[in-house]
Design a protein around this ligand. Structure first.
Ligand SMILES: Nc1ncnc2c1ncn2[C@@H]1O[C@H](COP(=O)(O)OP(=O)(O)OP(=O)(O)O)[C@@H](O)[C@H]1O
Length: 265
């Protein structure tokens, strides 16, 4: 995999025309490994991600990177009549010159990527006829087929069932272990704890914090960020220590972090 030195945002800000700032004075550096972005609905995670990926232009400040980015949007309904195989093959577009057809390497890489993501059995299905979760997996495969060295994913597990969530989290961990940079947004703090690495926490327009997951993603921070009690507990998971999160769904803002939640495991 080709080396890259990282992604860097300096004094970055973005606002949609005639709207308030989504974020301002954002300074962050992502060197490699896994970085997860947390923040409430509408805080600007997708906008920040798109600015970093170069799909949306910052209103102020700069973004620098020397990585080959593969961007995975949130899966949405689609009328594309392409097969899954062709959708993933499209990830090779940058590798195929304008007047030639995909070669053997492109076909082989597409097959290999479908296998790696675990969707080889969907290859001949129409993308438009897939479920949201299946489409999400195809979009991940399409980005991987581009031979990127940095994956940027917008809520990659939001449409997936528990097993497929685990499959994607494992895939991301394996890719990171192979040297791929991973930056994702998520509404699952427990996944962030599982993935480890670094976290970006979008608290307000000009309060974006960056740090190691174990230092930044605490019960108090999560309770404050989402305005609902969140408490973690260490459990013994077949001989390994694992952190699990509890949310008290009937408790909203203005409460202290849930010190009163009892560990029952
Ligand atoms: N095209 C647009 N024009 C104007 N405002 C927009 C546009 N797209 C998004 N916004 C606003 O920008 C803010 C950030 O949106 P964004 O989608 O980045 O948030 P998010 O954190 O990804 O949200 P979610 O978790 O709900 O997906 C929101 O207030 C949203 O209403």
């Amino acid at each position: 995999m080709v080396e890259y030195t990282g992604l860097e945002l300096r004094d970055a800000g973005f606002r949609y025309p005639r709207c308030d700032w989504v974020f301002r004075r954002a300074n962050l550096r992502v060197d490699g490994g896994i970085t997860s972005i947390l923040g409430p609905n509408g805080q600007g995670k997708t906008t920040l991600l798109r600015c970093i990926a170069g799909l949306t232009r910052l209103s102020e400040g700069t973004v620098h990177h020397d990585a080959a980015i593969g961007y995975v949007p949130q899966a949405s309904a689609s009328n594309f009549a392409y097969t899954v195989f062709d959708m993933v093959l499209m990830g090779r577009a940058k590798k195929v010159s304008a007047f030639s057809t995909p070669g053997r390497t492109d076909i082989a890489r597409t097959r290999e990527t479908l296998e790696r993501v675990g969707i080889a059995d969907l290859a001949s299905r129409s993308f438009a006829e897939l479920s949201g979760g299946q489409r999400q997996l195809v979009l991940i495969a399409r980005a991987l087929a581009s031979d990127c060295n940095f994956l940027i994913l917008d809520e990659p597990v939001s449409a997936l069932d528990l097993r497929n969530q685990a499959r994607v989290l494992e895939l991301l961990r394996n890719l990171a272990a192979d040297g791929m940079g991973i930056l994702l947004t998520t509404h699952h703090p427990d996944h962030v704890l599982h993935l480890g690495g670094r976290a970006v926490v979008m608290r307000s327009v000009d309060d974006i914090r960056v740090g190691a997951v174990e230092e930044l993603v605490t019960d108090a921070m999560l309770s404050e960020l989402y305005g609902i009690d969140v408490a973690s507990a260490e459990v013994d998971d077949r001989g390994n220590r694992r952190t699990v999160l509890f949310t008290r769904y009937d408790t909203f803002a203005d409460t202290a972090p849930a010190a009163s939640l009892q560990k029952v495991v």
